[in-house]
Design a protein around this ligand. Structure first.
Ligand code: AMP
Ligand code: GLY
Length: 423
């Protein structure tokens, strides 16, 4: 079978390494992929948002199946366009991807169907939002409605910060049209958990839970990033909490999407906060998380490609989704300066013996050398019998990699380790 994967980051590298285990795949393409993914798939320089380019490539190369991994092409309708020419896909169609594409949509969905989330108000005028903020409880949370590269959320600790956020999102249009509408919501507290789940619109099979580390610096200091590391499973997410989430969040969400005529097929990502009043949804994503995928998929024992096809064919109920009873830790090696200014072009050398679970996010090949080309450059994962060993293993691998401009957190997994020890 000829399979193509849309996207070119660490998440896509993890997906590609995993689906390659299926021997029915004879040709595997990444659009656009990257200099590291080249070792595992044929990379073709067609951008992930170039829907026409992707469709033409699929037609010309008689692609049998496509995996659309990033949010942008999903929200733009890449799955609809591929299905129109007869290519079955893993990923939601445009109507369903709105669950990530519009925060106003997802908040209204949760309210309508009684799915626990933070209290909120929606605004389409900066003036009215600023007026509301004069008396709103502080801290408060301000979210741009549309996609904003994970940066459209401001946690305002003071009223002044809240005013500034509204002015920059709605007034200065910091995120373009994504900020035409905003959500202002209640500030929640509690441990955060990421749960990715396969769903075919009929049943839901959650994957092993994970914990992201969003801030740039140790001890959750510094700016928000796309994610500086992950561990799986997340020790805060007990079996009882998992049962509760299935009943109050996962199934109700899938049913709500069906009731709205927006059947969701693919990977639905639940960003949860375990508040003193029970688990609540912080955000939905319509795709695998990054870098959650880099710890979740290495623990998957079942055949990823078979699962994906069963999601497409709506036979997930009968498909095995089994995870190893082990732990994984992924440390992101970023470029110095990320998430702000950074330089590219530094050579990266990954020793062969650790190559298996090193995922390349931002690098290109030039004259046979791998050179850094992005903020987040590598995801270095270790799978081990305990969390402590997985953390040690991931950092031991980091030390073996040559990449002079590397910057990484040194405390990935420490919070989880403390939670494990407290049990
Ligand atoms: P989001 O892009 O919606 O996941 O938000 C990014 C991060 O902001 C989340 O991972 C949380 O750490 C934080 N956050 C979002 N919404 C809230 C909220 N209502 N209360 C507290 N923190 C929040
Ligand atoms: N790691 C968070 C995300 O993928 O959105």
């Amino acid at each position: 079978m000829k399979v193509l994967v849309v996207g070119g980051g660490g998440r896509e590298h993890a997906i590609i390494k995993k689906i390659k285990e299926n021997k029915n795949i004879t040709e595997l393409y990444a659009l656009p992929g990257n200099g590291g993914i080249e070792a595992d798939a044929k990379c073709v320089s067609i951008g992930a948002k170039d829907i026409n380019g992707i469709v033409n490539f699929a037609k010309e190369n008689k692609i049998d199946y496509a995996v659309v991994a990033p949010d942008d092409p999903l929200v733009l309708g890449c799955v609809d366009a591929l299905e129109e020419i007869g290519v079955p896909c893993f990923g939601p169609n445009k109507k369903a991807a709105i669950i990530e594409g519009s925060k106003v949509f997802s908040k209204n969905l949760m309210k309508k169907y009684g799915i626990p989330t933070a209290e909120y108000e929606v605004f389409n005028s900066a003036e009215v939002a600023l007026e509301y903020l004069k008396t709103a409880p502080i801290p408060t949370v301000i979210k741009a409605d549309g996609l904003a590269l994970g940066k459209g959320v401001v946690i305002a600790m003071t009223r002044e910060e809240a005013y500034d956020a509204v002015r920059s999102i709605m007034g200065d249009k910091k995120f373009g049209d994504s900020g035409n509408n905003i959500v202002i919501e209640e500030f929640l507290t509690g441990p955060e958990v990421s749960v990715l789940a396969f769903t075919d619109g009929k049943c839901v099979k959650p994957m092993v839970s994970s914990m992201d580390h969003k801030r740039a610096l140790d001890f959750d200091k510094g700016l928000n990033t796309g994610g500086m590391g992950t561990v799986a499973p997340n020790p805060y997410y007990t079996n009882d909490i998992a049962d509760e989430c299935m009943k109050t969040i996962f199934l109700p969400t899938v049913n709500a999407m069906n009731a709205e005529g927006r059947e969701f097929k693919g990977c639905l990502y639940f960003g949860l906060m375990l508040t003193p009043n029970g688990p609540k949804v912080i955000e939905y994503n319509c795709r695998f998380g990054d870098p959650e995928t880099q710890v979740v998929l290495p623990l998957l024992e079942s055949d990823l490609f078979e699962i994906m096809k069963s999601v497409t064919n709506q036979t997930l109920e009968n498909c095995d989704v089994k995870f190893a009873d082990k732990n994984a830790c992924c440390v992101i090696m970023a470029s110095k300066g990320y998430p702000e200014k950074y330089e590219n072009g530094f050579e990266i050398v990954i020793p062969e013996e650790i190559n298996d679970t090193v995922y390349v996010a931002g690098a290109k090949k030039a004259d046979g050398k791998l050179l850094s080309a992005g903020g987040r450059v590598l995801g270095v994962t270790d799978v081990n019998n305990t969390l402590e060993k997985a953390i040690e293993g991931a950092y031991a691998k980091v030390k073996k990699i040559k990449f002079d401009n590397a910057f990484y957190r040194s405390d990935i997994g420490q919070k989880a380790l403390k939670a494990t020890e407290a049990k």
